[in-house]
Design a binder for this molecule. Structure first.
Ligand SMILES: Nc1ncnc2c1ncn2[C@@H]1O[C@H](COP(=O)(O)OP(=O)(O)OP(=O)(O)O)[C@@H](O)[C@H]1O
Length: 205
């Protein structure tokens, strides 16, 4: 199998409900390959973050199977995803499995001086590029991106998404977003969780 055809995430027949609450997933399946960007859209409360928690293993499904390769994460707010009291490079080194590669640092528009700084000394866009670097140095197969650009201004949003898309030869990306325009622009496929719910309601489940 060619590397880019590898499946990096397979979800089969997933069912999940929080205790004493409605069914959020009921027989949900999806497959994501390296080189693909799959968008997960849906209104607040439709189950986007729950899906990531299930994939990360922080929640256990009632039914179904989830298999995936090595995970990397990019969160919504880059300031809350770094500890304010330590330099960025130290925080990246602590979780990285790959050594720092100066070409990768340069490709993300970063440099050594910047990496030695504290999070509050960087702009939101610079810090989000540091979180992309951190995710890459964890050598992921699957990159979970939770609203990775929503805390950034429009121009920085676009630049950050372009950088993420460039990574697609190495990873598969699952992108949570509220922004349907962004999803249409960036993703090969989109799953709209509100449509899943509508079809379950029509079927009376
Ligand atoms: N720990 C929990 N216990 C019980 N119910 C929860 C818990 N976490 C989330 N929920 C409920 O599960 C549903 C899905 O929540 P989830 O956070 O996955 O939605 P979301 O699509 O990510 O929303 P948002 O876009 O606002 O982040 C919501 O109805 C929410 O209230």
């Amino acid at each position: 199998m060619r590397k880019e055809e590898e499946t990096v995430l397979r979800i089969e027949g997933l069912s999940f409900a929080y205790p004493d609450s409605r069914q959020i997933y009921d027989g949900f399946s999806l497959e994501l390959r390296r080189g693909e960007c799959l968008g997960i859209v849906g209104p607040s409360g439709s189950g986007k973050s729950t899906l990531f928690e299930l994939i990360a293993g922080n929640l256990k499904p009632q039914k179904g199977r989830i298999e995936h390769g090595r995970l990397g994460w990019i969160f919504q707010d880059p300031y809350s995803s770094f500890h304010p009291s330590y330099p960025i490079d130290r925080q990246i080194d602590e979780v990285a499995t790959l050594p720092e590669d100066p070409r990768q640092v340069a490709a993300l528009g970063l440099d050594r001086d910047l990496l030695g700084k504290y999070p509050h000394e960087l702009s939101g866009g610079q810090l989000q590029r540091c979180s992309i670097l951190r995710a890459l140095r964890m050598d992921p197969d699957l990159l979970l991106c939770d609203e990775p650009t929503s805390a950034l201004d429009n121009i920085t949003q676009l630049e950050t998404m372009k950088l993420l898309i460039k990574l697609l030869d190495r990873v598969g990306i699952l992108l949570i977003t509220h922004d349907m325009d962004l999803a249409r622009w960036a993703c090969d496929r989109i799953i709209d969780l509100s449509l899943l719910q509508e079809s379950s309601e029509r079927l009376g489940v």
